[in-house]
Design a protein around this ligand. Sequence first.
Ligand code: FPP
Length: 245
Amino acid sequence: MDGNGRWAARRNRPRAIGHRAGARAVNLCIDFCLERGISALTLFAFSSENWGRPEEEVGALMKLFMGALEREVDELHRRGVQVRFIGERAPFGEAIAKRMLAAEALTSGNTRMTLSIAASYGGRQDIAQAARALALEVAEGRMRPEEIDEAAVGARVALADLPPPDLFIRTGGDLRISNFLLWQLAYTELWFTDRLWPELDADLLQQAIDDFASRERRFGLTSAQRSGEAPAIVDKAPGPDIMSG
Ligand code: FPP
């Protein structure tokens, strides 16, 4: 969700106003996904590196998160959304961390859509914590080193119980992943736009989805193999649900 700061700067307003406009775009994005039957939406709200921003901006963002947690969670629950947070909780302090936990507990049984908010999240940190968990299991004799494979790592990173993301959307014109779901994005289709996050609308999201729908996802195989015209000799499936689509 990039471009809040620039959106505000273009209007000669403080960055916090851009983040507030960004929060409105978050609601629009959630509405869009619910209407289209999208089953999982993950939003990169705050990276582990964002703590280094000016104190005033971090403070404004924390206020925005707290406000959103207070205002939006009941409505999300009513609409059947399961809310989760990925990333480190402790740096947010007790009040926000408690609200996060309460939101997850309230919505844990919902199945219409999983909304994951990445907050104080970093993809490298995610992979490192999976490595640490595996090391601990080996040290405690619950696992042998030779049992560590892609599935073992994949089961210990964030969102392990969800299918890998189909589509990654980045607003704001930069063409990079910036430490988002590094492990999970291995076969995800990437889509970039110059439009700033607060400028998001349904047409833009639809453009991203139409583009996604026109792409051929081969997951390392040939076109003929993917279309079933040629057999696939699959030992280890690199992508999700490799033979069915
Ligand atoms: C990146 O834009 C955006 C952020 C670091 C914050 C994202 C937060 C929101 C959209 C608000 C609320 C979210 C929730 C889940 C309630 P930037 O500030 O880096 O923009 P710039 O590149 O133009 O400076």
